[in-house]
Ligand binder design. Structure first.
Ligand code: EPZ
Length: 417
């Protein structure tokens, strides 16, 4: 079984480039189904979830090549509107293919996406919007079957600013006749990137990044070439790693405004963080100060995906911090493992009380979800002695080179496959 071994205590110094955004490239790969043409997507990270999406595209009949960080999808010949359970189980966000396949084929049959380590991942908001758009949605035998003659554009109101539901509505209405509006839309930067991608394809979408998105359907779409935005959560993870280990690190390929919520917390921890056009620099020369109260919220609030990495920093703060995880029911599975490393964290429902200790101590820990895996590695950088992190299948879903990047910055870290 693969594991990462860290000898804690090394400061981090130097420069590291941040990968393209996983949560931008996944909906964009689904979007490649719609134009029936050529799609060139650059700066794609080499991740398990990207490979899962490519497997689904190939299963649909697309021709896909993946050279380095460039993926080329030719979706001229779609041979089926069906995505089997074996491919859907791989990754929850494959639900994005539902909207794209219906937009292209007017029907789709995909296996229910599994839950995941974060708890049940309902799709009721997606399906409620689809039904409002006139799509016949039938859920039976673990499959979602959709069929529609013509999408009925409408004014959709999302009960919750769901990222996936916002993206699915954008995808399914691109080729409709008329104007669809999404109210209470999610405002994540990855949604702006999807809008940019679809508009380059010939779509007419506006408002992404605000709570009202307007999609004016078009008759046809054309080939597209696009470079994916940087991954704001991977950037946040490298900043958290420096905060936990101490040091002076510059990240390149960053959009500073995408990480404002995390930078704000790191500044409140007493660290010096500065940014230029597409770089951000952190200087961590002292023990973190505690944070009274952090709430995870939809963007531009504090991102739920940065909760675990930042908790590792706060676990060695000079005082007690409180975190409220409002986005997912079960996103504290890294806490038990951090406590095995000597952290003093108590969880009560959505609240985690993090009483800082001077330093963590290395031991064997097991990751059980994507961002928890990064958090355990970050904790190992601080810990006295050796930390062994297993469960790297979770890390590989979202981080292309986290251990290599940290080693280049001076960490004593190695991966044994
Ligand atoms: C996206 O997931 C991201 N994944 C997640 O990143 C991220 O944590 C999440 O947005 C929130 O920012 C991708 O973009 C591939 P949601 P998504 O729909 O779309 C509930 C990572 O670590 N909900 O905004 O699934 C849902 O249960 C991953 O990179 C419904 O109740 O997030 C959750 O509690 C993890 N009904 C909340 O909304 C629905 O129909 C937020 O979900 C849809 C969602």
């Amino acid at each position: 079984m693969s594991k990462i071994i860290i000898e804690g205590g090394q400061r981090l110094e130097g420069v590291v480039r941040v990968q393209g955004a996983k949560n931008a490239v996944l909906p964009i790969l689904a979007a490649t189904v719609i134009n029936g043409g050529k799609n060139i997507i650059r700066d794609c990270p080499r991740l398990k979830d990207v490979k899962s999406s490519i497997d689904i595209l190939k299963g649909l009949g697309c021709n896909v090549t993946w050279e380095g960080s460039t993926i080329i999808v030719d979706s001229e010949n779609i041979s089926t509107h069906h995505v089997p359970e074996s491919l859907m189980r791989e990754m929850r966000s494959s639900i994005m293919f539902l909207g794209a396949i219906v937009a292209r084929c007017r029907k789709a049959s995909i296996s229910m996406p599994g839950g995941c380590e974060l708890g049940p991942r309902p799709i009721d908001l997606h399906l409620k919007a689809f039904r409002q758009l006139g799509i016949k949605v039938d859920e039976s035998h673990g499959y979602i079957n959709c069929e529609v003659d013509d999408i009925k554009p409408d004014n959709i109101h999302l009960d919750f600013p769901s990222v996936g539901a916002t993206e699915n509505i954008m995808l399914v209405t691109v080729l409709s006749k008329g104007v669809t509006t999404i109210n209470n839309a999610a405002k994540e930067p990855e949604i702006v990137d999807l809008q940019d991608y679809l508009n380059k394809m010939g779509a007419k979408i506006s408002g992404a990044g605000t709570s009202v998105i307007t999609i004016e359907g078009v008759d046809r779409l054309h080939n597209v070439e696009h470079c994916v935005i940087p991954d704001r959560i991977v950037a946040s993870s490298f900043l958290a790693a420096t905060a936990a280990a101490g040091g002076h690190v510059t990240l390149t390929n960053v959009v500073p405004e995408h990480i404002h919520p995390v930078v704000s917390v790191l500044k409140d921890c007493g660290f010096e963080v500065s940014s230029q056009a597409d770089t951000v620099t952190i200087k961590a020369e002292s023990r973190p100060l505690p944070i009274n109260y952090i709430r995870t919220l939809p963007h531009p609030g504090f991102p739920t995906d940065a909760q675990a990495p930042i908790m590792s920093v706060l676990s060695v703060a000079d005082g007690t911090s409180i975190i409220a995880e409002n986005m997912f029911e079960n996103r504290y599975k890294h806490v038990a493992e951090l406590n095995r490393m000597g952290a003093d964290i108590k969880v009560d429902g959505r609240i985690a009380v993090v009483k800082g200790v001077k330093r963590l101590s290395g031991t064997k820990v097991a990751a059980t979800d994507l961002r928890g895996a990064a958090a355990l590695i970050i904790a190992g950088l601080n810990a006295e002695g050796t930390t062994e992190v297993s469960g790297l299948c979770h890390l590989d879903r979202g981080y292309e080179n986290f251990d290599e990047g940290l080693r280049a910055l001076g960490a004593n870290i190695k991966r044994i496959d």
